[in-house]
Design a protein around this ligand. Structure first.
Ligand code: ARG
Length: 548
């Protein structure tokens, strides 16, 4: 990949002494790149238009046309040069080689349903794992399980009083949820229940084999459900170490903090004062129980020791912003140089439209049920469009699940979303199915041609519609890098849609099977398009069926 921005910057800086590399911006209006000259007017004591036209005369770059227009210096790369670049030998693009990135995402809670609220963290985190891995990083995907708390003592009490092994076996998580609801209701009437529950949660903490055994069973039931969903979403984890793992490591953290005189006691509780901008971090309650942030501190130290990460990401909803601000601040006050490598990758809320209430259990919408509805609907559409398709079941799964994931990853992550099945499954919209369908269309063109050649004559792909596709493919790696640096998989989904729109215009405007060198060139472009779509889809967790 030619770094045109750098090339342009190097060539232009002698004519524009104040130029920074970031002043060279990509443009798709009149040219490929431009430099706005307005900010130089003051020190150069000339009008921007004059600065631009003088620079246009002075700067020379092979294969790049330079023009001044209204105070902008415009750069247009020769089309055939970019086509050659697309088909030429490319070196591997691994800017994160040698780096380690920990990504804490999905992080489900034991005995809680895997509901629609987990969609964003799971798919943003899963996509970021793929993106960083593709860019050469060693990635550690971590599911920081919510497996510690007094509620689990309550659940054991409830199970012993009203539970039944056979029913648990049959109903799994639904049974646990019902038991927990019953526990809460009974607790209000029966004071003894709460103290019994406390005793059980103490037993779990102390490693009592019986208590731990039941709790492990609850854990397995929850994870079994979550893993079913992970499989459908193409998401995997390298570690499932949850909060309980860190409970006995909190005292080590307390030691570090007290050595640095950061701990103080307030109303019997142990806190770290964080100054005027935010409330203190509560490390241990007056009754001796460690708190969420204390376990997160222990986890941060553990991850640094174990993986020596260069970056540690937390993909967690925006309502935990204060928690992470406090967490990072404590580490900064403790003088840990890596405190600045910690990032809270926050995201907005999701609501769902078009799912009937009958699929809701209690007040929650299970993610698996949402995926099922999407797959059913995808199957209907596929039946209408292509009744004789082989593998209809597998394709419907890829398309239905893909539609949900793509939709979740299409807008910037901070925006709140109202999810609509109808919109997500529109084959003609800016959707997963649209991208998957365009990919399949490319593959079917390629399947009909007996061969295409990589020996492309670059000048044959410089007409407007072919070149538009070339431009969007040639810097695809930069889009992936942007997605990593901004923690925004949406950059990839958006680019995929643009590629599809450009390819479909090319497909309609330029006849591909036209014979000779031109046909080979167009087939080669079709293959590059298909490969890029397949690669991009895989980064954002979607399958790319060959036929649809
Ligand atoms: N289990 C938590 C929740 O559902 C999310 C955990 C996020 N990760 C972390 N290291 N705090 O709210």
């Amino acid at each position: 990949m030619t770094d045109y921005k750098k090339k342009i910057y190097e060539a232009a800086k002698s004519a524009l002494p104040e130029l920074n590399e970031s002043d060279v911006v990509a443009s798709d209006a009149f040219c490929d790149f431009c430099i706005p000259c307005f900010k130089f007017a003051k020190t150069m004591r000339r009008a921007p238009a004059l600065i631009a036209s003088e620079a246009a005369g002075a700067v020379k770059l092979d294969g790049i046309k330079i023009e001044a227009l209204n105070g902008y210096l415009n750069f247009t790369v020769e089309r055939s040069a970019r086509v050659s670049e697309l088909f030429g030998a490319r070196s591997e693009f691994k800017p994160f080689a040698g780096k380690t990135v920990c990504i804490d995402f999905s992080s489900v809670n034991i005995a809680k349903p895997f509901h629609i609220g987990h969609l964003m963290t799971t798919v943003i985190g899963g996509a970021l794992c793929n993106v960083y891995r593709a860019l050469g990083a060693r990635v550690v995907g971590i599911n920081h399980l919510g497996d510690f708390g007094t509620q689990f003592g309550g659940l054991i009490s409830a199970y012993r009083r009203w539970g039944d092994e056979a029913r648990l076996e049959r109903r799994g998580l639904d049974e646990l949820l019902d038991l927990y609801v019953k526990y809460n209701a009974e607790c209000e009437k029966d004071a003894e229940l709460a103290s019994e529950a406390r005793a059980w949660s103490k037993k779990i903490e102390d490693g009592d084999p019986y208590a731990v055994g039941i709790f492990d069973r609850f854990k397995a039931i929850t994870l079994e459900q979550a893993k079913r969903v992970y499989k459908r979403l193409n998401v995997e984890f390298d570690s499932y170490l949850g909060e309980s793992f860190y409970v006995d490591k909190v005292s080590g953290v307390e030691k570090k903090l007290s050595d640095k005189s950061l701990l103080s006691i307030s109303d019997g509780a142990e806190i770290v004062d964080l100054g005027d901008d935010m409330p203190p971090a509560l490390v241990r309650r007056s009754d001796g129980a460690s708190l969420y942030i204390a376990r997160d501190l222990a986890a941060a130290y553990y991850r640094k020791d174990t993986y020596d990460f260069d970056k540690c990401l937390y993909v967690v909803a925006s309502h935990q912003a204060l928690h992470f601000k406090q967490l990072f601040k404590v580490l900064e006050l403790a003088g840990e140089p890596w405190a600045s490598d910690m990032v809270h990758v926050s995201y907005g809320m999701v609501s769902v439209e078009g799912m009937s209430l009958s699929t809701r259990r209690g007040n929650v919408l299970y993610l698996n049920d949402v995926l099922d509805s999407a797959v059913d609907k995808a199957a209907e559409i596929i039946n209408e469009r292509n009744a004789t398709l082989e593998n209809k079941k597998a394709v419907s799964e890829s398309v239905g699940v893909g539609a949900v994931v793509f939709d979740a990853l299409y807008d910037g992550r901070l925006k709140d979303k109202n999810f609509s099945l109808e919109a997500a499954l529109n084959f003609d919209g800016e959707t997963g199915p649209y991208v998957q369908y365009t990919h399949a269309r490319c593959r079917s063109v390629l399947a009909k041609a007996d061969r295409d050649s990589e020996d492309v004559k670059p000048e044959l792909l410089t007409d407007d519609s072919a070149y538009e596709v070339v431009k969007l493919l040639v810097d695809f790696d930069e889009v992936v890098l942007f997605a990593a640096e901004k923690y925004e998989p949406s950059a990839i989904s958006r680019r995929l849609v643009k590629i599809c729109q450009a390819f479909n215009r090319f497909y309609n405007a330029d006849r591909i099977m036209c014979g000779g060198d031109l046909q080979s060139a167009r087939l080669a472009l079709t293959r590059k398009t298909a490969d890029t779509l397949e690669y991009g889809l895989s980064l954002i967790l979607l399958d790319a069926p060959e036929k649809m």
